[in-house]
Structure formats: C-alpha cells, structure tokens
Ligand binder design. Structure first.
Ligand code: ADP
Ligand code: MG
Ligand code: ZN
Length: 624
C-alpha cells in the first residue's frame, strides 16, 4: 500500500476545522438571539421578485441596502406570504413598483449595537473561508471550477413538482398536438420502438409566431410523458466569455443524460442557431458559433438507444436557422404551431374563462369571432384584461361589455405590431383569397385548391389559399405556367373587380408572377419573339446572382427591350384572363367570400362543392 492512496490534505482539514468552530459559534449566537434572525424567510432570485411585481402579486416592499423583503398577495388579494431577495443594482425598481401601485419604503437602518459590530467581524472571514473551501471542494480548481458561469443554468421541472401542464392546457393547435403525441409515446415506452429497430427522433423544432404556445406545448409534452423537463433559452447561451456557452451546452446534456428519458427544451433557438453563412462578418460571432457547434456535437453524440433524450426547440424565425441544425438526426422534425382559427380561439378562451367568474351574458363564440389573428397569449391576456376591467368597476363577474372594451385595448396594441386586421382589411383579404381560389380551380396543372383561410399565418401572409398538387410534377408546360401566373394575379384581380381599387397586399403575388413570366422568356425559351435562347446564365436560382454578378447574358438593348415587352405581355394576358373569370363568376365570388368572412377557413368537400360551380369563360361562350 503506497502513501499515495491515502489522500492527505492537512491544510484543507485545518481550514475545515476552523470553519466548523466558527460556524459552531455562529450557531450558538443564533440560538440565543432568535428574535433577530426570526423564522427563516424564504429567499427567491431577484428576477422572480420582478416577475411577481410585474404580475401585480406584490403588496408591499421594504428595500434595504443588501436585502429586500416583500409581501405577496394571497388569493383574495390580502397581504400574504413574506419573501426576501437580494437586490441588484436596479435603478428602475422604484418606477416599476410605482407603476404597479406597490407600497414601498426603505428598510430602517439596523441598530443592533454591539451585536452587529460583532457580526461584522465574524462574517467577512467566514465568507473568505467559505470561498476557499468551495474552491478546494471543486477539486481541480481550474478555471472551469472557479467560475461557475460555465455551469448550465437550465431550470429543471420534474413532474409533480409544480402543477403539471398537459395537452388539456393547450388548445387551438390540434395538428401540433397530434404530432407531439407521438413524441410522448417515444418518451413513455422507448423500448417498444427500439425493439424493432426504429430510430427515435432526437430533435423536434416547434415553429410559429410568438405567443402561440410553443413553450407551453413543450411543457405539456413533458407533463404528458411524466418525464423531467430541462429548459434553457437560447439567449442565455449568448455570453460574454467565449466558450462559456459551449460549456453550458455540454453540461446541460450531461445532466439530461443522467435523468433520461427526459426532454431538453431550447427556447429561442435562433439566438444560437443563426445561419453561419448569413451571419455578419464583423466578427464577434465566435461565441455563438462555438455554442452551435457544441449543440450539434451533443445531438450527434448520444445514440438514441443509449438514452432517450429528446430535444425540443422553439423558434419564430425558422428561416434564419443554420441548415446544419435541420439535417437528419438533429431537428429533422418540424411542427408548426400556428395562430388559432375561429374554433381554436374559442377553445382557448374556454380554458382561460374557467379561471375567472363570468356573467350570464358572456358569448365566447362571439368573442372568438371578433379576435382574428390573436395568438393564444393574446387571448389569455384578453381574458385577464376583461377581468381587470370588471374588478376596477367593482363588479362580481365579468360581463360581455368588459370583453368588448378589452378587445379594443388589446387590438390597439397588436395593430401596432401589424398583426390584426380591421373589418375592412379582413373583407379585402377574403375577396383576394377567393379570387386566387376561383382562378386557380380552372387552371391546368395548378393542383386542387384544398383550403382558403383568412387567419393570418406565419409572419407576413394575411390570408392564404392552399393548392395541393395531385401528383409529383417535374415538368411544366407553357399553359400550366400561364395558369400559375393567372392564379397568382387572381387575388389582385378580385380586389379590382369588387372594390375597384388595389391595395398593397398583392405585392408578393406580383413579384412571383413577374419572376415566373421572366423565367418563361429568358430561361425556358417559351417566347415566340425571342426564340429558344437562354438569356439567363446558370441555374434557375440565378436571379439573385451568386456573388452579386449580373445573372443575364450580355444582350443588346433591343433584346433587353424585347424581353421586357414579352414579360409584360405574358403578365397582362394572365391578368385579363383572371379578370374575365372573376367577372363571369361574380355571384360565386360574393357567396364564397361572405361564407369565409363568417367561418374564416373553408376546406374539404364544402370547398370542392363550391368550386365545382365555377364557370370557365369557354363554357360561358359555348352557352353551357
Ligand atoms: P410561445 O412560446 O409560442 O411564444 P408561450 O407558450 O410562451 O408562447 O405562450 C405564452 C402564454 O400564452 C402561455 O403560457 C399560455 O398561457 C398562453 N397560450 C399561448 N398559446 C396557447 C394555447 N394554444 N392554448 C392555451 N394557452 C396558450
Ligand atoms: Mg416561448
Ligand atoms: Zn395573394
């Protein structure tokens, strides 16, 4: 037996003994003067304190130099539990408190005389010794051990710890629920899938606008499966110190693997996952890139059979993500969590209405009808605003009128973010989309019109018309391309036919129609005037010109003029065709638009029956 086997650290043991002695004395003093320390007041992080203030849960606050004590409201709004937090340098605090009408004062200076002076002698060395001990305890004591910033700050919610979130708490996003239900199965019984050799997906990306319930969904998946939930936000990775983010990712996955099966949830993935190619070249991206690389390594690293760790991530800007993140074995599944439609909004309102006392005149369906474009978070906010209004006028229950007023308030806020349509805009969008659908239903090769919706989707579109191809297509003929252009112009044409004026809403349609027409002329050689020549260099995608080069072959001014003329003619013809169709089907346009204004989405058989009534100009000419 060698001496090495016996760890001897006399220095640290000595310090340990001193610490024991000092804290023993401390304990003694503590026992004798219980009134000074009183019962232990629970301490919370400062951020939680601020959150509670902002949620209006705090009644009064006593702000001391190095201690803030505050009192929460209980369910009845009466002063309740007392908590403490350690203040950080926050000049905004008085303003925040004032805004929420919180009573606050500075804490009286402590005058414990001899005792506090005694403490001021004891505590500093104690802290010093404590820190020393801490370093020794961390073993290595290297930079990683010394600076705890590299440790993951992931919050862990284990099932049963707090009120469990389940799918019942999420409404209006049924498709997403169905897809995620499968993930729940994976987490519950991974063996069932691995036994037959199926690979369990590692990463699922939740995509959708802010406030649609992505975070909520991720928690619900953990809740349904009854597994631990590690949550961290992408912006928390972005750190001052290069390498800290990467270390944090490593640590997060280490923790997660120990608790498998479990879920790792990365909120705001775009904060770390921005495409490296499109990133700025000014430097300063090192940190993010390292973090991203570490994330990719971790996701590749664990075999699905070894531990079932499913990484869920959320983003509202999927287009900015690095393509490396979306490759198989990483976030290869994407689930759309979109804004709810009419019935979805009603379902969400029902969830939140249960939490407030409603008057007899409440009509949730009506409220849902009046809130197109609202995301789940907006609806939750709406119910709360209405309840606040009722409480302010000292009524016992929330009335429909409160909701009306609350809608106006919330809408005013959202309109600024251009997310909600007013009545007139909604009408224009309805006719516009029906215009696309009517023209599209007659055009060859465009596929079946499967759905018309005036629920704002994604980031930019106000409404949309979905055309599903009936089969895979690789080649398109000239007539089909012309048909596509006409369909694209159908929206704007409907605005012209119905309102006699045009809005800015069709710009994207026009862009696409013009691009298509230009490609017909310059790439596909479909113009009689210009002949079968390729005026475009390279691939189809060259209209962005890789590296900013002029994508077009050197052409004479006459040819350039001819190209422009041909493109214009194709688009104009298609425009006229669309106008003709819509004029011929004016009644049907009206009927479908009115129906869609009522229900917001038309699809399936109902839509097919309506579109079957569309009459083509040829049929009309033939007197059918
Ligand atoms: P996101 O992560 O998509 O931005 P969150 O999940 O953070 O949205 O949603 C914020 C809050 O809004 C949730 O905590 C919940 O109260 C409410 N909420 C949002 N979407 C829904 C929904 N589909 N069903 C029920 N509540 C929702
Ligand atoms: Mg979120
Ligand atoms: Zn359009």
């Amino acid at each position: 037996m060698s001496i090495k086997d016996k760890p001897q650290q006399p220095r640290s043991r000595l310090i340990g003994n001193i610490l024991l002695l000092v804290s023993g004395g401390f304990l003694l003093v503590n026992l004798f003067l219980p009134q000074l320390f009183g019962p232990q007041i629970p301490r919370v992080p400062y951020s939680i304190f601020i959150e509670q203030v902002q949620d209006g849960n705090v009644t009064r606050v006593s702000v001391g130099q190095d201690n803030i004590r505050y009192q929460l409201k209980d369910e009845n709004g009466q002063p309740g539990q007392i908590l403490a937090t350690t203040p950080i340098f926050d000049l905004e605090l008085p303003k925040r408190l004032e805004e929420k009408g919180v009573e606050f004062a500075a804490a009286p200076p402590s005058n414990n005389g001899w005792f506090s002076s005694l403490l001021s002698w004891i505590i500093p060395p104690l802290i010093f010794v404590g820190i020393w001990q801490f370093f020794l305890g961390r073993g290595g004591g290297g930079p990683q051990g010394a600076l705890s910033i590299t440790k993951s700050k992931a919050k862990v919610y284990v099932e049963g710890e707090s009120a469990k979130t389940t799918f019942a708490d999420v409404a209006g996003v049924e498709e997403a629920k169905v897809e995620l239900a499968e993930i729940v199965e994976f987490l519950k019984a991974p063996q069932r899938f691995t036994a037959i050799g199926a690979r369990i997906p590692k990463g699922v990306l939740l995509v959708g606008p802010p406030g649609t319930g992505k975070t909520l969904m991720a928690k619900a998946v953990a809740g349904e499966a009854g597994v631990p939930f590690f949550s961290i936000s992408g912006s928390e990775f972005v750190e001052l110190f290069v390498g800290a983010g990467a270390a944090r990712v490593r640590d997060l996955f280490e923790q997660a693997k120990k608790k498998a099966p479990c879920i790792v949830f990365i909120d705001e993935l775009d904060a770390i996952g921005k495409s490296r190619a499109s990133g700025n070249f000014m430097g300063g991206n090192d940190e993010r890139e390292q973090t991203l690389n570490q994330l990719l390594t971790e996701m590749d690293g664990f075999a699905a059979t070894e531990a079932t760790v499913i990484v869920l991530a959320a983003t509202n800007r999927p287009e900015t993500l690095d393509p490396a993140l979306l490759r198989p074995g990483r976030f290869d599944r994407q689930v759309l969590v979109d804004r709810p439609d009419l019935s979805g909004r009603q379902a969400i309102l029902e969830i939140y209405a249960r939490k407030v006392k409603l008057g007899p005149d409440i009509d949730l369906k009506m409220i849902a009808t009046r809130t197109p474009g609202f995301a789940g978070a907006d609806l939750a906010n709406l119910v709360n605003e209405a309840a606040l209004l009722a409480a302010r006028s000292r009524r016992e229950t929330v009335a429909q009128a409160d909701f009306s007023e609350a809608i106006e308030r919330v809408v005013a806020g959202l309109e600024k973010k251009s997310r909600v349509l007013n009545e007139k805009e909604k009408k224009i969008v309805a006719y516009h989309e029906v215009g696309h659908a009517l023209v599209g239903s007659l055009m060859p090769g465009g596929g079946k019109v499967a759905k018309i919706s005036i629920v704002p989707r994604g980031m930019a579109a106000l409404g949309y018309t979905l055309q599903l191809p009936t089969e895979d297509r690789f080649l398109m003929d000239e007539a089909e391309l012309r048909g596509q252009i006409a369909t694209l112009l159908g929206g704007r044409s409907a605005e012209e036919v119905v309102f006699g004026s045009i809005t800015t809403g069709a710009s994207n349609d026009l862009q696409r129609a013009t691009d298509l027409a230009e490609r017909m002329v310059t790439t596909y050689g479909m113009s009689k005037v210009l002949g079968p020549l390729a005026y475009e260099k390279g691939q189809q995608n060259s209209f962005l010109g890789e590296g900013g080069m002029n994508p077009r072959r050197a052409v004479s001014p006459e040819t350039a003029k001819a190209i422009d003329g041909e493109v214009k003619e194709i688009v104009e013809n298609a425009h006229q065709q669309a106008l003709d169709i819509l004029n011929q089907n004016r009644d049907l346009l009206e009927e479908i638009a009115q129906r869609i204004l009522e229900v917001e989405v038309i699809e399936g058989d109902q839509l097919q029956n309506l579109l079957a009534q569309v009459r083509s100009p040829e049929k009309v000419a033939a007197g059918v």
